[in-house]
Design a protein around this ligand. Structure first.
Ligand code: NAD
Length: 440
């Protein structure tokens, strides 16, 4: 379903009218496409006194060929990095005011802002330190609603000693791959012992369940483009489509129902050298208010969306088929975070997946791996195209980016969390929702 609003408010006639009527802005998002620059072109850097993250930011941005512009210049920039990890007092918060206004005026449309902050566990020296580091979340999320159209803002919590792991979120959030992710707070794992590098999947095996669906297919494409051999899993009813996809991607097709008792063993048989990535993407909805919901509608959703990922992961872990250092990604949903009328079964299963990431973060860290949840918001798919026009319009405009996302936006975020270099992002839930108000 094309988003005519975005086209209209960016047309010559629509621009002026939208301004006069106070309509929300929405810029066409600049997404990464093969053959185009992956990263933004330029950024300015700043730091509050006592910060520990500026050096790694400078190094990472330079490696990504991002030109670092001086704070005092007034030419345009595509990104801003600010190290707020040294902020400890309410007075220190004024540093934000000293740095940001001038830099924000330079920021281009579709720009990127990343703020590094201290891990709350590292601020126990005083109540005030905890207060101000928490205050940064409100600051970052408000900036997300103020920056130029198409621009995004994130806050990364960096534990002392884990600064080198900041490279992973910086590489994603300063790239064109993160176009629909904004207003997120991501904490790096203080106890991560994995190395902070590995930016492709060459020679690695990735499993994607629900592979022929909207998000599944995009994920297979993204992981294959990173160099992974992708094991594509979907129900036997779509076997021919599945085989075609696997063939196009030089992968392997495995037709099975994830709820079947033999799912993990059937999958293991297709993994001669184990799996390095597993994406639990297969999922269904069976919407009804609870009072009218059949037992079958309740049960099927919990079985496919929640019990199957838990069981398959446990069985692959126990049989040694998830390799050391493996990354897991589960598909939750903003409905699971915010709740949604008519989706008590779905939201229960999707919130349960957030719980699964919390429960498995420790065991995955011990294996030098990771597990994270992705919570898509309003994504333009066949499912959302069926929504009533007004509901769909409201859902789109509720996000700071003023539009819905695409399957590719979700797939790129899955791709980021699947990279070996991203393993210090562990036990997190990242929303791919354009900073939607729902569940914010
Ligand atoms: P989709 O319906 O296009 O694809 C889902 C795929 O899962 C289908 O190919 C289907 O055949 C497969 N599947 C279903 N039951 C299965 C089973 N028992 N065994 C194996 N495969 C099975 O859905 P999508 O929009 O691509 O969503 C993918 C995931 O993202 C789902 O978990 C969904 O809940 C989640 N999600 C989607 C959105 C959205 O806006 N599309 C929003 C939030 C969360």
């Amino acid at each position: 379903m094309p988003d005519r609003y975005v086209r209209f408010v960016n047309s010559r006639m629509g621009k002026g009218l939208a301004k006069r009527l106070g309509l929300p802005p929405a810029a066409p998002l600049r997404r990464y496409t093969v053959g185009e620059a992956e990263f933004i072109a330029s950024a300015s850097l700043g730091s509050a006194p006592g910060g520990t993250c500026e050096a790694i930011a400078k190094e990472t941005l330079t490696q990504c060929d991002i030109t670092i512009r001086r704070q005092s210049d007034d030419d345009r920039i595509d990104g801003i990095f600010y190290d707020a990890s040294g902020i400890r007092t309410i007075t220190d918060l004024n540093e934000l005011y000293e740095f940001f206004p001038a830099q924000l005026r330079r920021l281009n449309r579709n720009g990127r802002v990343v703020i590094a902050s201290a891990a709350l566990d590292d601020t126990t020296e005083s109540d005030e330190a905890v207060i101000v580091q928490t205050a940064l979340e409100g600051f970052a999320r408000s900036l997300g609603k103020e920056v130029r159209p198409g621009a995004t803002v994130q806050l990364i919590r960096v534990p002392a000693g884990a600064e080198q792991h900041l490279a992973a979120p910086l590489r994603f959030f300063f790239s064109r791959r993160s176009a629909f992710v904004s207003g997120q707070v991501v904490s790096l794992d203080a106890r991560c012992t994995a190395s902070a590098d590995g930016w492709d999947l060459k020679g690695q095996t990735a499993i994607v369940t629900g592979a022929v669906g909207g998000i599944g297919r995009s994920t297979v494409e993204v992981l294959a483009a990173y160099g992974a051999h992708v094991v594509c899993v979907d129900v036997p009813a779509v076997k021919s489509e599945l085989e075609k996809l696997a063939q196009e991607m030089n992968g392997t097709a495995v037709a099975l129902d994830v709820t079947s008792a033999s799912a993990a063993t059937d999958l293991a048989a297709a993994l001669p050298s184990g799996a390095d990535v597993i994406v639990h993407n297969a999922g269904i909805t069976r919407d009804k208010t609870l009072a009218r919901m059949s037992r079958e509608q309740w049960q099927t959703v919990l079985d496919i969306n929640l019990e199957a990922p838990r069981r398959i992961t446990n069985e692959l872990l126990n049989s040694g088929k998830l390799n050391s250092g493996a990354r897991q990604v589960v598909l939750s949903s903003v409905s699971g975070i915010a709740g949604n009328r008519g989706q008590s079964n779905y939201a229960t299963s999707k919130a349960g997946l957030v719980g699964l990431t919390h429960a498995l973060a420790g065991p995955m860290r011990e294996r030098e791996g990771s597990v994270n949840a992705i919570a898509p918001g309003f994504i333009e798919t066949k499912m959302t195209a069926k929504m009533p026009t007004m509901t769909r319009e409201v859902a789109r405009r509720l996000s700071s980016l003023g539009q819905g996302g695409s399957s590719v936006d979700v797939a790129e975020t899955i791709g980021w969390l699947s990279l070996p270099g991203s393993r210090a992002v562990n036990g997190q839930t990242v929303r791919v929702c354009g900073q939607n108000l729902m569940g914010a």
